[in-house]
Design a binder for this molecule. Structure first.
Ligand code: ADP
Ligand code: MG
Length: 309
């Protein structure tokens, strides 16, 4: 591949035309690129267009306009190669209840033209911790197991890119942890991972880079660290031994949550003011700082700032 990305969308637009009502612009000139080997998070509230994007990549939704490139293949010119380069784990659980996991994986491998001798069914079942259940009826599996089976299905043709649409919806804490472990394992083997979520904590935990979409438009795209650094608001409580007098110049940059004889609680934008300026101000008034409790804001702050405008 000549590009330094494994997947890209250029001016990608999807308009759902409805006969009875107004048409819906689900993707509105979306531009983004995914780099090799990264874990990329596509974040956005419900209805933002995340599943539409993924379904276009998977070929189950036809784009209205724009370009998509997967693993060096143009979606319009080489749809089959595009499809072969990605494994998609859909948002909805849709597995045939009457087949066993092993049978389902074999069928899926057949669908992708993977020869019997090239199949890695057992390895995949082990990876998603379904080895013991490999011959059970799928309908007898728990919700979490079914979701893991969907991941297994996406892996049969050993694609270099795995895409998961809201992989932890309805999954409990332990299963979520296992899932992340599995995905990290795959990622360490060089698989690029793209996941969508509307849980920011997940994106923070897992992703190297994050794109945020709202109403089909990209509203932010950066490394997780930069996103957090850039727009994060910080909340700090100072335990002090007497009340501080705040002057106008500093008040314009601070949001005072409480200011009493023994406590100053503030929130502020990290890009506007540095913590040592506040500490200097306190100390310049001969006030003793007994303790500092800081509470970093999360992507939640970023998210609401960006999507509520
Ligand atoms: P997300 O996955 O981020 O929740 P979706 O891609 O499912 O968002 O939906 C984006 C927008 O497109 C929403 O307004 C949704 O109602 C609309 N939409 C999704 N699928 C269809 C469809 N098959 N027909 C009409 N509108 C749809
Ligand atoms: Mg969705």
């Amino acid at each position: 591949m000549s590009q330094n990305y494994v997947l890209s969308a250029k001016n990608l637009t999807k308009i759902y035309k409805k006969k009875s009502s107004k048409s819906v612009i689900a993707l509105d000139n979306l531009n983004l690129e995914v780099k090799p080997g990264e874990i990329f998070g596509l974040l956005g509230p419900n209805g933002a267009g995340k599943s539409t994007f993924i379904n276009i990549l998977g070929g189950t939704c036809i784009k209205t306009s724009g370009k998509v490139n997967v693993w060096g293949f143009d979606l319009d010119k080489n749809p089959r190669q595009c499809k072969a380069s990605i494994g998609i784990v859909p948002q909805e659980i849709n597995v045939d209840p009457f087949f066993s996991p092993r049978k389902l994986l074999d069928l899926q491998a057949g669908l992708y033209g993977v020869k019997k001798e090239d199949r890695i069914t057992d390895t995949i079942l082990k990876l998603v911790s379904l080895k013991e259940q490999k011959d059970s009826y799928t309908r007898s599996l728990s919700g979490g197991m079914k979701r893991r089976l969907l991941i297994a299905k996406a892996l049969v043709h050993q694609p270099p890119i795995i895409i998961l649409d809201e992989p932890t919806a309805g999954v409990d804490v332990q299963q979520r942890k296992d899932l992340w472990d599995n995905l990290r394992l795959l990622n360490n083997q060089g698989v690029t991972i793209i996941l969508t979520t509307h849980y920011l904590i997940e994106a923070e935990e897992m992703c190297n880079r994050i794109g945020i979409i709202n109403n089909g438009k990209l509203v932010a795209l950066d490394s997780t660290k930069n996103l957090l650094d850039k727009i994060q608001s910080k909340r700090v409580t100072f335990l002090i031994n007497k009340k501080i007098t705040l002057n106008k110049s500093i008040l314009s940059d601070l949001n005072i949550l409480s200011n009493t004889d023994n406590e100053l609680k503030i929130s502020y934008d990290k890009s506007k003011i540095k913590l040592d300026k506040i500490i200097n101000l306190i100390q310049s008034q001969n006030i003793e700082i007994i303790d500092i409790i800081s509470d970093d804001g999360s992507l939640e702050d970023v998210f609401f700032k960006l999507t509520n405008e």
